[in-house]
Write a protein that binds this ligand. Sequence first.
Ligand SMILES: Cc1cc2nc3c(=O)[nH]c(=O)nc-3n(C[C@H](O)[C@H](O)[C@H](O)COP(=O)(O)OP(=O)(O)OC[C@H]3O[C@@H](n4cnc5c(N)ncnc54)[C@H](O)[C@@H]3O)c2cc1C
Length: 517
Amino acid sequence: MPQTITLTLSPKQAADTKFYTSLAARRLGISDTQIALIRVVKRSIDARSRAVKVNLSLEVFVDGDAQPEPLHFDYPNVAGATPVAIIGSGPAGLFAALRLIELGLRPMIFERGRDVSTRKTDIATINRGGDVNPDSNYAFGEGGAGTYSDGKLFTRSKKRGDYNKALQTLVYYGASPEILYEAHPHIGTDKLPYIIAAIRKRVIECGGSFHFDSRVTDIIIKNGRACGVMIGDTAVEAAAVVVATGHSARDIYRMLHAKGVLLEAKPFAMGVRIEHPQRLIDSIQYHMPERGEYLPAAAYSLVNQVGGRGVYSFCMCPGGFIVPAMTSAEESVVNGMSPSHRGSPYANSAIVTEVRPEDFAHLHEEFGVLAGLEFQTRFEHAARAAGGERQVAPAQRVSDFVAGRASHTLPKTSYIPGITCSRLDEWMPDFIATSLRKGIESFGRRMRGFVTSDAVVIGVESRTSTPVRIPRDKQTLMHPTVEMLFPAGEGAGYAGGIISAALDGERIAEAVKAQIG
Ligand SMILES: Cc1cc2nc3c(=O)[nH]c(=O)nc-3n(C[C@H](O)[C@H](O)[C@H](O)COP(=O)(O)OP(=O)(O)OC[C@H]3O[C@@H](n4cnc5c(N)ncnc54)[C@H](O)[C@@H]3O)c2cc1C
């Protein structure tokens, strides 16, 4: 049996394997040479006091201890097995596919966008201010919204499934083993596409199929039972249909609504991206002018209540970039991503506030259950207009936004299409502008220097969560009124983030298996 030991070290010591191996040996009363294997099982940074510390939990195997087995997954060949249609190849769709294979069913993945490498060229076009391909962009395409992202893997919903298995699956397909022990693991946008492609390869090797440029335009429902999908004029039959289309697939919500499939309005969140110099965030969080070579780019997580409404930071990307994440040329939508080394000189994060059904009650009569979707769309259109009907995004210095005055110049930004001065409170709904202003002001009291003219707020961050739920039965996880229709992931309203969507996809695969047998 390995022994577990926790050491509290300086960042430099924690980066020195020889140092901590010797220290662990001394603490355990053995010599260095008796250690057959030492592995980190948890690493976290404690920056609460002046001197930043790293807590390292280690498993120490001495000669004779059975060593851990290398990762291995068993995927049977499912070529002739019962077919299950999965709409969308985001984390929910991909993890549903892998789990279906483990359970002996044959996944057929229909993806409106392109494979990860072709998708890159569409994204480059958007960054240059060119056309937005409505089927291939930062939200749509192989791997879903998380492919070109920071790849943060932390989730608050670990109880929803086997979190460790999900991380191990990602390592199996090429992620760094560090994600297994980091307190806040992330993969990085430079590595994610390779992992996604490796999953696709395995699904195909096992007899599953991938169909790119295949936007599902309808779901075939006969006698209250989903039995296939339409891609334009082509019908594909399946024993079950998993809808894992993410929260940007507005056409899917509209199609389901038009067919009379039950949907529900839900609260969601919208706001802005905020961007600071990473050095500033490092100096606030680590209490030192320079973080040096042994500490990662610092992150933060902030939350407050403003007039009974939550305001919080979300999807923080240390050492990252702000990206144009719209799915149509009429919208302005921003989001954030980081490479694995998180080496950019900028730190960005969403700062969003709750949007409740009563906030868009005025749209209910005309848009019914899709009123929230309309409210979200109008917010994005307003941002586009404020940016001059281009990919250029409206922006304001943080100190000006908090003080309620216009900015006449802006600091440098990582946002490639560029930013332009705009008073955000002049075109945002009042309750959003007020919540954000007061929220950011309060964050400035918690992190001295957060409210500064060197930082900028950029509009708009509107796709943090879906305004519409595709409901499901608590027991069967099927849609309550359409048999064999399985809503999954973030677009269905049951996940928020890469890992929770992946875990939800696995759960849905198990629910499909329970029905098919
Ligand atoms: C830039 C960016 C950065 C992000 N960073 C992080 C992060 O660091 N950590 C984190 O946890 N989360 C992050 N997120 C959020 C995360 O990506 C999502 O929560 C997650 O991808 C949701 O997974 P999903 O499978 O439910 O849906 P999605 O990933 O949205 O996948 C849905 C898929 O369905 C496809 N689709 C939609 N409609 C159709 C149709 N009609 N026919 C066929 N296919 C269709 C889409 O093309 C897409 O590939 C980020 C998102 C963005 C945009």
